[in-house]
Design a binder for this molecule. Structure first.
Ligand SMILES: Cc1ncc(COP(=O)(O)O)c(C=O)c1O
Length: 416
């Protein structure tokens, strides 16, 4: 990447953002309880708060500033924001009625057939709306199938009570049923299983976090779950349709009992799925997991179009190539600027991880400068490359990072 064209810092006023922030403070519980959405600091500089629109790899805030977006909704917009074919498929279907529950659309069958074609071992599947819906449904099915109550999980798997990302508001008795284990610690997982002999229904895990994992790691997790009589549930909300069309199962050569899909499945339209072993999915007949919205066909139309494009075009090759370019540029930047950080991750989900001892304040100041230069990169969460990102977007990101790196020593000094 040779581009050196960092945009000038985003000038202009924040009048519209301030206006919406003021109005929201009265009525919007989420806005009232959260400062800067990404950094948690005061609104008004750095990251945008309210967006007016998004297209391709770009987003525009309500005051007209334009940013290159490497968050893409935490992963969903894999083809780029507002992809015309996907948008047209969803809108075309919506024009024929949005909510048809309790009846079903033939699109439901077509989509589950397509998932069975592209996701390994997807003998059966069910469609839901969100990732939290789908991981919670997988846990319910695993509990029914095994007759056990307890769960071990790694990573963020949604906000519902069983996964307890935060403990406030979740009864102690519910919290006791779930053990959270840091991803990658096989010894800690073994200890947790040993503490719960014959009681764990499933291990729910993301296939990897920010970093590339050692060969055989995922297979070892699956083996450990099975050795303890638990189901192996792979939470592929971020990795599915991105690592390969078939997701982490194909990429790492593992087999899960259940796989949770969503996000990139419909390029951002709200739909998720649980797929996997037929005998486990058939436990659905012994419980009720339903919603007024599960049968909405327009998201199914979006998913059919998105998966079709990923299958039939070179979109995934483009994503990998762009991501490889990004990671190579990050490595070069770290070496050149002497940043206490490392370029990590798989090309579709790259990340610049600062060393453990670097104060969060300095990292946040660094990324705020990157955002002020018109590039959205998350300080604490892996980034996502879409098929709409270009070499020029990567060049802009690297140039913004290089500019921020120049001020990093001062930011660091300000924090110590
Ligand atoms: C790995 C993983 N699982 C589950 C979820 C929850 O999905 P949702 O936000 O759609 O409920 C997320 C969301 O970021 C996720 O990254």
């Amino acid at each position: 990447v040779t581009g050196s064209s960092v945009r000038p810092p985003l000038a202009g006023d924040y009048r519209q953002a301030d206006r919406w922030t003021e109005r929201a403070a009265r009525v919007d519980a989420r806005a009232r309880t959260r400062g800067d959405i990404v950094l948690g600091s005061a609104a008004g500089t750095g990251y945008p708060r309210y967006l007016a629109r998004a297209a391709g790899s770009q987003v525009w805030d309500v005051d007209g500033r334009q940013y290159v977006d490497f968050l893409i909704g935490y992963g969903p917009a894999i083809l780029g924001h507002a992809h015309p074919e996907v948008a047209a498929a969803a809108a075309g279907s919506a024009a024929g009625g949005v909510c048809i529950a309790p009846f079903w659309s033939p699109l439901q069958v077509e989509l589950l057939e397509l998932l069975a074609e592209v996701i390994p071992h997807a003998e059966r599947g069910m469609l839901l709306k969100t990732g939290s819906d789908a991981t919670s449904a997988a846990v319910r099915l695993a509990r029914i199938h095994t007759g056990r109550d307890e769960v071990i999980h790694c990573g963020y798997n949604g906000w519902h009570d069983w996964s307890q990302p935060f403990s406030t508001g979740v009864p102690g008795q519910v919290r006791e049923l779930t053990a959270s284990v840091r991803y990658g610690s096989l010894a800690e997982l073994e200890r947790q299983f040993a503490r719960r002999p014959g009681r764990v229904a499933c291990l729910v895990t993301v296939p990897f976090e920010d970093e590339v994992i050692p060969a055989g790691q995922l297979a070892a997790l699956a083996e450990l779950a099975h050795a303890n009589g638990a189901l192996f549930v792979l939470d592929e909300m971020r990795s599915a349709f991105r690592m390969t069309l078939g997701g982490a199962q194909s990429f790492f050569g593992v087999r899960a009992d259940l796989v949770v899909l969503g996000k990139a499945m419909a390029n951002g339209h709200p739909i998720s799925a649980v797929v996997g072993r037929g005998d486990v999915l058939d436990c659905l007949g012994r419980t009720k997991i339903s919603s007024s919205y599960f049968a909405n066909p327009s998201e199914m139309a979006a998913a059919l179009t998105t998966i079709g494009i990923l299958r039939d075009t070179d979109a995934l090759t483009t994503i990998w190539r762009t991501g490889e370019l990004f990671i190579a540029g990050l490595r070069e930047l770290v070496a050149r600027a002497g940043l206490p950080a490392a370029a990590v991750g798989y090309p579709p989900m790259p990340f610049l991880a600062f060393d453990a001892g670097v104060p969060a304040g300095a990292v946040h100041a660094f990324y705020r400068r990157v955002a002020e230069a018109g590039v959205l990169l998350h300080p604490d969460h892996q980034w996502f490359v879409s098929a709409a990102h270009t070499e020029d977007d990567v060049a802009r990101a690297l140039a913004a990072l290089a500019t921020a790196a120049e001020s990093f020593p001062a930011d660091l000094a300000g924090c110590s």
